[in-house]
Design a binder for this molecule. Structure first.
Ligand code: ACO
Ligand code: ZN
Length: 312
């Protein structure tokens, strides 16, 4: 049984060829077996169609109709350009050159009900880098937010995405799955996507949280983001201000349980252990908590207060 489980979870694609990148894959993805027998997959960077052979992809690319994800562009950020002076060589004059530090970015909102094949292909691609289950077949209930870099050829290449349940406001989940493709990781795109998911939640006036479980990388990225958002808020408050957890949640649009997690990690809040009649010692940190309400109960009582101390 163990052996069968190992085989079942074994990686089926070693290398993914996506545009100019050859990417080492991390996990098994449920591509049909006939496509993965060479442990190599060729994927169109625009429509995400997968091919077993390079020449099939080359042929496909000649007639691929897409130059961006099949949805509405709902966000655009201009390219960041830096001007540099090039020293003249061999007697040439100095000249100013423009360097693209970051290309133009766009977010496309793709409806799983309208572009099912694209969204299924995106989920399959993501699964190569996600350990836990994602949804592949019924994408009709999901919206996909694809972050793209615009190339010099004016085409938009996906660098990462997140998906969101259309009924998220009922479940409280503002994000189902998030991925930054490995060649683009650690450039701030994951953080951008997380921030974007909260912006959408803010617009709809609800408080959101990502679906669980989070991967290790997901937790690291979320903790960093939550920590920054909360510390920015706390730093903006005057010393002596009393603020409840639910107020922090309301102001940041983070779910209370995530606020508690961050404050506990920073040792600003301490959880009251069962049967512990004594108030626990409050932690002196950059932000201090009110000694009378410093603990939360096992369910994360959101009535605890945080009193703003010295913020450095
Ligand atoms: N090591 C340490 N810290 C990290 C790492 C890492 N490898 N990756 C992200 N972080 C933390 C850092 O604090 C980082 O900030 P910094 O670069 O300023 O130090 C912060 O997260 C944000 O980093 P970004 O560059 O914005 O994130 P990135 O674009 O790399 O995307 C993501 C993060 C989406 C989690 C990416 O690692 C990924 O796609 N992983 C594979 C798929 C995955 O695990 N997705 C999350 C599943 S959970 C869910 O979907 C609900
Ligand atoms: Zn294509």
């Amino acid at each position: 049984d163990v052996a069968a489980a190992i085989v079942k979870n074994a990686k089926n694609v070693d290398v993914l060829q996506l545009g100019a990148f050859e990417v080492d894959c991390w996990y098994r993805a449920p591509y049909p077996d006939e496509f993965t027998s060479d442990n190599r997959l060729f994927v169109c960077e625009f429509c995400l169609k997968y091919c077993k052979r390079r020449k099939t992809l080359v042929k496909h690319k000649k007639c691929c109709p897409l130059t961006h994800p099949p949805g509405n562009e709902i966000y655009r950020h201009p390219a960041e350009i830096e001007k540099r002076t090039m020293r003249g060589e061999n007697g040439e004059e100095e000249r100013e050159i423009e360097e693209i530090v970051r290309p133009e970015l766009s977010v496309f909102e793709v409806d799983g009900a309208r572009a099912a094949t694209y969204c299924q292909n995106l989920c399959l691609l993501a699964k190569l880098f996600l350990d836990h289950k994602t949804l592949y077949h019924d994408v009709s209930q999901m919206l996909f937010y694809a972050l793209c870099e615009k190339g010099e050829d004016e085409k938009h290449r996906v660098v990462g995405y997140f998906s969101k349940d259309k009924n998220g406001s009922q479940t409280g989940h503002n994000l189902a799955c998030i991925l930054t493709l490995p060649p683009y990781q650690r450039k701030g795109y994951g953080r951008f996507l997380i921030a974007f998911s909260y912006e959408l939640t803010k617009r709809e006036s609800w408080v959101g949280t990502p679906e669980k479980p989070l991967s290790d990388l997901g937790l690291m990225s979320y903790s960093a983001y939550w920590g920054d958002v909360i510390s920015e808020l706390l730093k903006s408050l005057e010393i002596g201000t009393v603020i409840t957890l639910s107020k922090i949640s309301k102001l940041t649009h983070l779910a209370t349980q995530d606020v508690i997690l961050v404050l506990e990690q920073a040792q600003i809040l301490k959880r009251k252990s069962k049967g512990d009649g004594q108030q626990q010692q409050q932690q002196q940190g950059t932000v201090t908590t009110d000694a009378t309400t410093t603990t939360t109960n096992a369910n994360g009582n959101d009535s605890a207060n945080v009193v703003i101390g010295q913020v450095v």
